[in-house]
Design a protein around this ligand. Sequence first.
Ligand SMILES: Nc1ncnc2c1ncn2[C@@H]1O[C@H](COP(=O)(O)OP(=O)(O)O)[C@@H](O)[C@H]1O
Ligand SMILES: [Mg+2]
Length: 636
Amino acid sequence: MKTKTLSRVEREALALSNDPILVKMLEEERVEADEVDMRLFAKLLAYLKPHKGLTAVAVALSLAESLLMTLPAYIVGLAIDAVSKAGARDGVFDGILTAMAAAVPVSQDGPTSLIIAFGAILLAAWTLRWVIAAVTTYLVQKLGQHVVHDLRVDVFDHITGQGLAFFHKNPVGRLVNRTTFDVQSLSELFSDAFAQGFRDVLFVIVLCVVMFKLDFTLSILIVGSFPLLVGVALLYRALARPSLRTMSAIQSRMNAWLAENIAGMRENQLYRRERRREAEWYSLTQAHQASIYRVVQAWAVLRPGMMIVSALATSLVLIVGYGRVTEGLVTIGVLITFIEYTSRVWVPVRNLAEKFNIIQNALTAGERVFNILEQPTTIKTLSTADPNLKVVKGSVEFKDVRFTYPRTTEEVIKGISFEAKPGEMVALVGNTGAGKSTIVQLISRFYDASEGEIRVDGRLVTDFELPNLRAGIALVPQDVVIFAGTLRENITLGAEYPDETVLETLKAVRGEILVTRNEDGLDQVLEEGGRTLSAGERQLISFARALLVNPPIIILDEATASIDTETESLIQEALVRLTKGRTTIVIAHRLSTIRDAHQILVLRHGQVIERGTHPELLHRGGEYAALYQSTRAQSS
Ligand SMILES: Nc1ncnc2c1ncn2[C@@H]1O[C@H](COP(=O)(O)OP(=O)(O)O)[C@@H](O)[C@H]1O
Ligand SMILES: [Mg+2]
């Protein structure tokens, strides 16, 4: 049983959520989290390359900020030593700070003037740090946003180049998440983790240099507390990690669950499942809550734990330092500086532990994003393609074509051959699942045939550049996709056509009613998914799209299946105009529409079982004749 390998938090989440799909998500999350490796950093850094200048400035400013951060405690110690004339000391900044203090014009005499001068320098140092921190923060965020932008563009560009198999493997929700949320978490990795972590590390290094120059023994005491601090941070990581992973899996599940149940609210209400769904949601959020508690518990215990380590270091520095002061080895000012430093060194370590959550999320997000980016484009223009080749005449020929869907084993097209000469109509009929839609998708190269040859204008489809091939073919699918936007945009799909052309095209497919029924005409806004249109109206828009392109080849995939009998004659007329003078491959639901086809192929399980013209097949009295009789019986 797989559940045996689950951690305690994971089992608890499963018990609370009572959700079978969560198991899968937990497993996925674990695989993804474990796959994070160092190459990811290299890939991410590549995205900084175009912004070298900005990156260099950010790095330089971070260094300056780290230097400035060590100054306040230092200045205080130095000032105390200066006024109490504590004797010799030789720290990194002693010379320059003393010189600066002397240069500050103060009217008072003696110690007061010195204190005022050092106070002024202290204020100046803080002000400068504030300015630098402001600029650095801005630059780092800007860099992060540049990376987000570039990544988003890359991810979408990559997605647009993919074949249909890619979209079957990667559901819409996943791809949307990758391009939005995941890329966003990556930007947090840049601005929070990378930048902050880099500043923290720089600070610790600068601090060490400054400390060791002041006093070796006291420095060793502070540096000695580092392993303890890191140990506490690692302990937190170990305790929090399974919970964070679980939390992230539950979050994914909650997103998916919500999307499904909001979209399916009609079904939930119709079948009165509201209470049940509420209970499911309650359980999911409860599991989420529980997983957060675990992280919070770990943090609640370990954050004060770090403070104890820090307090331990401070008392040691105090005790040992006092001894050294009485022996005259260090001044009282140096001791004060050190005591202040002990309370500062643990901040970077705490930062890193605190950011662990973000870093972990971002790294997994990064893995996912690059996983998408690294999926190869399977359907693309071959290097052997002829760029001048265009579809002109429009003949289509299949020769012994076989096809198996990617990641499946069963062959769905088993040796299909046929030919459609320019201007001819070939019809495909057969039961659901016979392979009709698959065949027509092969012509536009949404998939590549596994075996055999598919030719257009006598040339292999792979001899064309992909855009040239597709420019010659219009596919009218059964399920028309309507985009949120104007009627015009839905017909032109963003291309530039004069309004007259669009209107003429609509008229030609008998779709003028769409324009005249609304006073906004072509400017009327259609809703996403075409919710405000009937199936027949959506179909007319789809016809207009195809006709506007005016291609030599037209493919109709059950274009009349969802049309009511009232609009049928309208659509029928539209179809005649659409297919006139073009090579047409039609998948017919209503056999009445294909009586004039030059050839009809009857398919079953990916094979042609009968072929001929309508009269020939009727005369033969086989499968087609039976099918024809049954549809006639239905419609009468
Ligand atoms: N993306 C896909 N991945 C795997 N199998 C598929 C895919 N699309 C369709 N199939 C399978 O291929 C066979 C033929 O489907 P299809 O061409 O859509 O049939 P038809 O259009 O004749 O109803 C069916 O068995 C179907 O389950
Ligand atoms: Mg189909």
